[in-house]
Design a protein around this ligand. Structure first.
Ligand code: AHG
Ligand code: MN
Ligand code: MN
Ligand code: MN
Length: 322
């Protein structure tokens, strides 16, 4: 099986970008180890703090953030970082080329039940001559990503990565610490009979989403004339990994539960990297009727609607909004 560096170099990936990805993966291997140790490494449970989004931080959210932040800022490859667990962007090497946005640990509510969690990251180039301390360097649409991926800490630790030349899956060989290519050129089936949504929010969704999901639930005697299965892992990394593995539609739609927070998922470090991976695998990733990666961000912790996955099913869902 092939290791990640030769695969990326063959694609024409610049050496400094490869080194940056490997820097991120070094932190992820450490996170993978701590997650695997569970109770034994004393990392389960919550801290007494909240992040800027009003969520209680888990110990593993804070630890994963610190590991990634330190290694990235010390690497010399990174001009600035933006993280779910940091209130503001943090400046790194003033002359460095890259900026990195990340969700250090996605699926926090799964930590204490020994269930799926992961790390999501997105890499862009900083504008020429820009100031490392200026947060507006992150205000670029997802189309500008030069690489994006996630590391899933499941029964095996897996990496999904794209540098714009398709999406590939790698599995961490824990005996020698290498990510080995285990699926070349992921292709999401265009048709599906599986959907993922937090059904408990149903009454808060907008009418088109209510109608769309109702038609899926109606099964083979309803307007779709087929039965749909439902899955919800409560960690976007897990749900998107299933979509990359066997297709499906995943959505966290706009809702009216909290008028101050109509959307849950964050554009820079959740929606954009997942959209890049999904589009590179032949799927679609939409928010408010437009491709997620075309959205011009206006804040680092901006939240967006997410509808992604199998092409024909996402299009079907969108047709309810017309
Ligand atoms: P995070 O743990 O990084 O804050 O993200 C959690 C997100 C996402 O991973 C998942 O799809 C969603 O929250 C789960 O939401 P519910 O609590 O509504 O199931
Ligand atoms: Mn969180
Ligand atoms: Mn998350
Ligand atoms: Mn998180």
């Amino acid at each position: 099986m092939r290791r990640l560096p030769p695969v990326l170099l063959e694609d024409g990936c610049p050496r400094d970008l490869l080194s940056l990805v490997r820097t991120i993966l070094a932190a992820c291997k450490e996170i993978s180890f701590r997650v695997g140790q569970g109770e034994l490494s004393g990392v389960l449970g919550s801290t007494l703090d909240e992040n800027i989004q009003g969520e209680t931080q888990k110990k593993l959210d804070v630890l994963s953030n610190q590991l990634l932040k330190d290694i990235l800022l010390e690497s010399g490859y990174v001009k600035a970082i933006a993280s779910e667990e940091e209130d503001y962007t943090v400046a790194g090497e003033p002359n460095a080329k890259y900026i990195v946005s990340f969700d250090p640990l996605d699926g926090s509510s799964n930590i204490d039940i020994n269930s799926l969690v992961g790390t999501i990251f997105s890499i862009m180039e900083a504008p020429e001559g820009s100031d490392a301390a200026d947060p507006s360097i992150f205000m670029q649409p997802g189309r500008k990503q030069v690489a994006a991926g996630y590391v899933l800490y499941g029964p095996s630790t897996m990496l999904a990565l794209t540098t714009g030349k398709g999406t590939r899956l790698y599995t961490l060989d824990k005996t020698h610490g290498s990510f080995l290519l285990t699926q070349d050129f992921v292709s999401i089936p265009e048709e599906t009979q599986e959907f993922a949504v937090n059904m408990s929010n149903q009454r808060h969704w907008q009418t088109p989403m209510q109608n769309y999901i109702a038609d899926l639930l109606a099964g083979d005697t309803g307007p779709r004339a087929k039965n749909f299965n439902m899955r919800w892992i409560a960690a976007m990394v897990g749900d998107v990994h299933r979509v990359l593995s066997r297709g499906g539609i995943f959505t966290y739609p706009t809702d009216t539960k909290d008028p101050k927070k109509p959307n849950k998922l964050r554009l820079l470090y959740e929606a954009n990297p997942m959209a890049f991976l999904v589009e590179q695998a032949g799927g679609l990733a939409i928010a408010d009727g437009q491709p997620i990666m075309d959205i011009e961000p206006d804040a680092i912790h901006q939240r967006v609607e997410v509808i992604l996955g199998s092409k024909n099913e996402v299009e079907k869902c969108l047709s309810y909004y017309k």
